[in-house]
Design a protein around this ligand. Structure first.
Ligand code: RIB
Length: 338
């Protein structure tokens, strides 16, 4: 027969409420000797709180949902780890949901997490339009929500991401500084705010260098290797470009493949810059110059903000946090000799 909270209360000769408050670390007003006695009896009887019963009392499940778009992309497991480590450290569990970038599945997972009574959701969306639907759900269900890695322009929710415009500027400025002026750009999905911001940084660097922006050098892809490969094939077929800036490392891997097929060597014939600095970059030859995202920290900070919202309620103002990007110079970029 499972030990219940009643058994603890009876043996400790205290009320069920006292035991519940000790379990939920809300023991202000309870004497230290009583608190210790309750904890000793919990250990002695090996009591494990029933999470459903506890949630009925505290109206909290101490569980958060985390929705990501692509578990196969090495960028996301690092993000998940940052969320999970912070959440576990603060006695919260994490339900991980992978949507494969399917907008319908995104909303299905939000509904499922609501049914599971999670205390909050951290969300990296694939469909910006779903954010509007989310607002209804979050408000009428009173669920705390933080956008991670992909924010929204109108700051309706707290969000944590890299400063994508600065990152796009850094990558492009580096190529301009080594004399490249015909720089192809393989973006993420055109409607994604983080992809739009990176492209704005690219444009700002060109403008600063008095180089006209040429829309023909911009191709949108899908943050996947095959998408990067197909876009690079198109860019390399027609344009006399000497450098390609890919908006994530997986697409940069596709650029390497297209360059090799065309008989181009990196960086002598083509300089390449990626984005994310995923750990597999080290396996590339030449090693990829890229933008470092503080991925683990972004995950940690998003969990911190969400838990603040959960524990402090609605009076926590929305926060839009940007982490600074870093350019990691390696071997895939080289000064253009005239
Ligand atoms: O690699 C996946 C990309 O999408 C990353 O650049 C990250 O910012 C995510 O939004």
């Amino acid at each position: 027969m499972a030990i219940t909270i009643k058994d603890i209360a009876r043996k400790a000769n205290v009320s069920i409420t006292t035991v519940s408050r000790v379990i939920n670390q809300k023991s202000e007003g309870i004497g230290e000797s009583t608190r210790k006695k309750v904890l000793e009896i919990i250990e002695e009887l090996e009591y494990r709180p029933n999470s459903i019963a506890r949630s009925m009392i505290t109206k909290q499940t101490k569980t958060i949902g985390l929705i990501i778009p692509d578990i196969r992309n090495p960028f996301f497991p690092e993000l998940v780890r940052g969320v999970e480590d912070f959440a576990n450290l603060h006695a919260y569990n994490v339900f991980l949901c992978n949507t494969d970038g399917d907008p319908k599945r995104e909303l299905e997972y939000v509904s499922l997490l609501k049914e599971k009574n999670v205390d909050g959701i951290i969300f990296t969306y694939s469909c910006a339009e779903n954010i509007l639907r989310l607002e209804e759900i979050v408000i009428d269900q009173n669920i705390s929500l933080v956008l991670l890695d992909r924010g929204v322009e109108d700051q309706k929710f707290s969000s944590v991401s890299i400063h994508n415009e600065s990152a796009g500027y850094l990558a492009t400025k580096h190529l301009l500084d080594i004399s490249h002026t015909k720089i192809g750009c393989i973006t993420g999905p055109a409607q994604f705010p983080n992809s739009k911001a990176r492209l704005n940084g690219y444009k700002r660097a060109l403008k600063e260098a008095a180089i006209p922006f040429n829309q023909d050098l911009i191709l949108a892809a899908d943050y996947q290797m095959d998408g990067g490969y197909l876009a690079a094939k198109t860019l390399l077929a027609e344009k006399d470009i000497t450098a390609i800036f890919a908006f994530n490392d997986l697409m940069a891997f596709g650029v390497y493949q297209a360059a090799e097929e065309k008989g181009l060597t990196i960086p002598n014939d083509l300089s390449v810059v990626g984005f994310d600095n995923i750990k597999y970059n080290q396996l590339l030859h030449p090693k990829l110059t890229t933008i470092e995202q503080s991925v683990y920290e972004m995950g940690e900070i998003s969990a911190k903000i969400l838990l603040e919202q959960i524990t402090q309620g609605g009076d926590v103002k929305n926060k839009t946090l940007y982490l600074e990007p870093t350019l990691i110079l390696r071997e895939s970029t080289k000064k253009l000799e005239n």
